[in-house]
Design a protein around this ligand. Structure first.
Ligand code: FAD
Ligand code: DHB
Length: 395
């Protein structure tokens, strides 16, 4: 059994784990990242695509924004599509900021490249990860490496960045965490198609057939989503049905239809709100989806993961430089303020835009009233806009 040491053992090479390793490297703190899947898998996993203003700033300011600035699509607003018309929310005018459309897997590729170029260690394809001794100041992570060898990594701190289904959160004794959650009676069927986006900005459509979302990844690639039943199977959605439903839900008077093309990726994502408090137990710190999930409407998931590790990296820098634990002790509370703001925003966007099964006419009128208010009142639009572009860290 091979024994090794580092300052921070990071479980998971998603946006949270990789960004944490990158930020720690910049302040001279050692880390090792343990990832269950292959490098190819994490670099090609299609998920979120909207980066908030603070996420873009952080990536650019820390030297991993070069390709993002070159290939990312900067948007100054979004469109809310209802009553068969577009209603633009002008982020630039309302907040002076915008968002950048750039696939999560591209952020992951950039972070992996930067980490490996700096000589950092990311172990892909590890198995049977067990986090131990988190109540002591010498926690460790046991695992089987990609060659089948048994290994133990000792660290001062373990960062649980292993997503919602990871092993870190369940390591915390039952009763030490408080769980808040909500399931929604719908899911998203997402596709990636080789077709030019028909609309210039991310478009959220609300209507009698349910919710649809039109986004993009490049001038040649469209990302589209449909609200479907939570237990829907992909087999029930052949290409023709997907395009017919998307065209129907995104229909607009006198507007452009969707451009259709080969579907190169498809998947169904559950819609869930989930938060654990606190985001820490002993020397184990949870970050990103390991600690909280938002329904995808509003694109907060990846941005929250990056925001968490920005706070954690600052706390760890102080801890390793001075031995002081004040920022580590404040980590959970500082993150949870932002997490709950995003939880509320994502729940609100989801509730306003989706068609709940069995929704009565009263609820439908409330949704439409809210949409019309947001689209016409600068005060209401500013509230949406400042949440969407991302509130400043620490607010
Ligand atoms: P993850 O990206 O989940 O990374 C966790 C990593 O840990 C993974 O690489 C995983 O392989 C690894 N891991 C898990 N268990 C172990 C283990 N035992 N040992 C070692 N490694 C382990 N958000 C949006 O805003 N918009 C979207 O459209 C959107 N679509 C999504 C679609 C899907 C299918 C999913 C699952 C999420 C989606 N999200 C979306 C949410 C967003 O992608 C996440 O919030 C974001 O990935 C969180 O980053 P993370 O690093 O915390 O977790
Ligand atoms: C995308 C995803 C989202 O969840 C969202 O609200 C907007 C855009 C996207 O994948 O492009």
């Amino acid at each position: 059994m091979e024994l090794s040491r580092t300052q921070v053992a990071i479980v998971g090479a998603g946006p949270a784990g990789l960004a944490l390793a990158h930020l720690l490297d910049r302040c001279g703190v050692d880390s090792v990242v343990l990832e269950a899947r292959s490098r190819h898998h994490v670099e090609h996993r299609v998920r979120a695509g909207v980066l908030e203003h603070p996420t873009v700033r952080l990536l650019c300011d820390t030297g991993v924004g070069e390709r993002l600035q070159r290939e990312g699509l900067e948007h100054g607003g979004i469109s809310l599509r209802f009553d068969r018309a577009d209603h633009r929310i002008d982020f630039a005018a309302l907040t002076g900021k915008g968002i950048t459309v750039y696939g999560q897997q591209e952020v992951v590729k950039d972070l992996i490249a930067a980490r490996l170029a700096a000589g950092g260690e990311i172990l892909f394809g590890v198995d049977d990860v067990r986090v131990r001794e988190i109540d002591t100041d010498a926690p460790e992570v046991a695992f089987t490496d990609g060659d089948g060898a048994e290994r133990v990594l000792r660290a001062a701190v373990v960062a649980g960045c292993d997503g919602f289904h990871g092993v870190c959160r369940p390591t915390i004794p039952p009763g030490a965490l408080r769980v808040f959650e909500r399931d929604y009676p719908f899911a998203w069927l997402g596709i990636l198609a080789k077709a030019a986006p028909a609309q210039e900005e991310v478009t959220y459509a609300h209507g009698d057939r349910g919710f649809a979302l039109a986004s993009m990844r490049s001038p040649e690639v469209t990302r589209l989503y449909l609200q479907v039943d939570p237990d829907e199977s992909l087999e029930a959605w052949p290409d023709d049905r997907i395009w017919e439903e998307l065209n129907a839900r995104l229909a607009v008077d006198g507007g452009s239809a969707l451009n259709e093309g080969p579907i190169v990726e498809r998947g169904i994502t559950a819609m869930r709100s989930f938060v654990v408090e606190p985001m820490r137990h002993g020397r184990l710190f949870l970050a990103g989806d390991a600690a909280h999930i938002v329904p995808a409407t509003g694109a907060k998931g990846m941005n929250l993961a990056v925001a968490d590790v920005a706070v954690l990296a600052e706390a760890l820098e102080r801890f390793f430089a001075t031995g002081r634990t004040d920022l580590l002790d404040a980590y959970s509370d500082r993150c949870l303020r932002r997490v709950w703001r995003a939880e509320h925003f994502s729940w609100w966007m989801t509730s306003m835009l989706h068609l709940a099964p069995g929704a009565d006419p009263f609820e439908r009128r409330l949704q439409l009233s809210q949409l019309r208010y947001v689209a016409s009142s600068p005060a209401a639009a500013t509230s949406l806009a400042e949440n969407y572009v991302g509130l400043p860290y620490g607010s």
